[in-house]
Design a protein around this ligand. Sequence first.
Ligand code: NAP
Length: 259
Amino acid sequence: MDLGIAGKRALVCASSKGLGRGCAEALAAAGVNLVMNARGAEALEATAADIRAAHGVEVVTVAADITSEAGRAEVLAAAGDVDILVTNAGGPPPGMWSDWERADFIAALDANMLTPIALMKALLPGMMDRGWGRVVNITSQSVKSPIAVLGLSNAARAGLTGYVAGTSRQVAGSGVVINNLLPGIHATDRAVSLDTGAAKAQGLTLEEARDQRAATIPAGRYGTAAEFGATCVFMCSQHAGYMIGQNILLDGGAMNSTM
Ligand code: NAP
């Protein structure tokens, strides 16, 4: 299928590894030039080099913390007029509802709600002026099906989801399409860190903890970054023009619900 976006320019945040990298690779395979970001320069440069070599697209890199105001300013200055925005950042730490203080919530809201909102606020006007744009926010399955120990994530991402529900309908008439992509468990560093915690708590090996979790998923396995990227690039394509303000869940069937 021709996705119709070759030659466009995308900013993919937090993309040196994991799901962000999967999205960057899929966009590059569709001929999209990239602005990629992560805090660590080494992994970012290595990923950018791999993508340039594999797909021959232009890749600009910005090593910066996307959740800080200074980092965002640096990224936005390098990005310029982008047609496609994929927002992403690390997730908040797990914990217990009774331990979280105001400062913990402010940090989670900053990273996983106010950062994507600030990026959209900066880039939507240009997309609207040009009459075309695509935004995919990487959120989490926890928006639809709460994960109690990730209460900070549940709260911040639900706030972003509410913002997107309204804003996506305000900009749709200008050719700008905003949706959220909700990962269930995927085989990335984040999953290794979650499984390491579970293994420690239950006295299991990492492999046992992973197998135990995989057995709870109807698909019987973790998702891959490549599958995630393939869905993301479709949501950034010409074909997604009538998909407005949706929350697309990729969880191997883990959430048991009829709709
Ligand atoms: P990952 O494998 O740990 O990769 C995270 C990527 O983001 C790395 O490239 C990292 O590079 C970059 N990054 C992290 N914090 C950043 C920041 N403040 N500024 C710029 N770059 C940053 O994580 P992932 O599994 O891809 O997860 C991506 C998002 O999806 C997270 O918010 C996670 O909570 C959510 N999620 C993941 C899963 C899953 O199963 N994997 C499930 C549900 C939700 P640097 O460290 O060098 O900055």
